[in-house]
Structures are given as structure tokens and as C-alpha cells.
Design a protein. Sequence first.
Length: 114
Amino acid sequence: MPLPTIIIEGLDMSQAGTVVKQQVNLGLAEPPMFKIIYLNDNATPMEFVIETLIGSFDYNEQTAVQITEDIHTTGSAVVAVLPYEIAEQKGIEVTVQARNNNYPLQIKLEPESV
């Protein structure tokens, strides 16, 4: 990440009434957002998918059930849109949880379209 740009303008220090103007440009930008997408399979139980949506994404049960039905019906669904680092961490956590339970649940990340 580049360092902030600082511009200082002023009069000669030997002159009375020195004026100093500072302009700070931190160059900060919003982090890129990524979609977390669950892919349907024939082995991962719907109950497990609901559990991960509630536990990892803080959905209530009714919303988690609806998203799970969407995944089952359409083959995939976006379950969240988060900054890349958080999306990656959530994807890893859910994948590890699935593998620990011997489920083949697949999760992919895609950049959110602007």
C-alpha cells in the first residue's frame, strides 16, 4: 500500500506570520467485495447447509431455509457479499466444517460486479 501523500506549503521561516497548509491524501479505497456462492450437490444434507448459514452468516432459521431451498432448486445461490479477506475466511471455515462431516459441499468466491 502506498504511503500517504502530504503536501506542505509555507513562507520562508525567517518571515513573520508563517502560514503552513497541509493536505493529506491517504489514498484509501473500499475493499473489493466478493460473492460467496454455495453449490448444490446430492450428498450434503439440507440441515447441514441451514446450520452453516445460521452459524457462519448469522441468518435466522427462516431465511436460512429459504436460501437452502434456492440452492437446491437452482443449483447455487449467493449467500453473502463481503470484502475478499472475510469472504475467503468464511468460505474456508464452512468448507473445513463440511469436510470434517464428510460432506462434499462446494463454495466458490466471485468478484461482485460493479
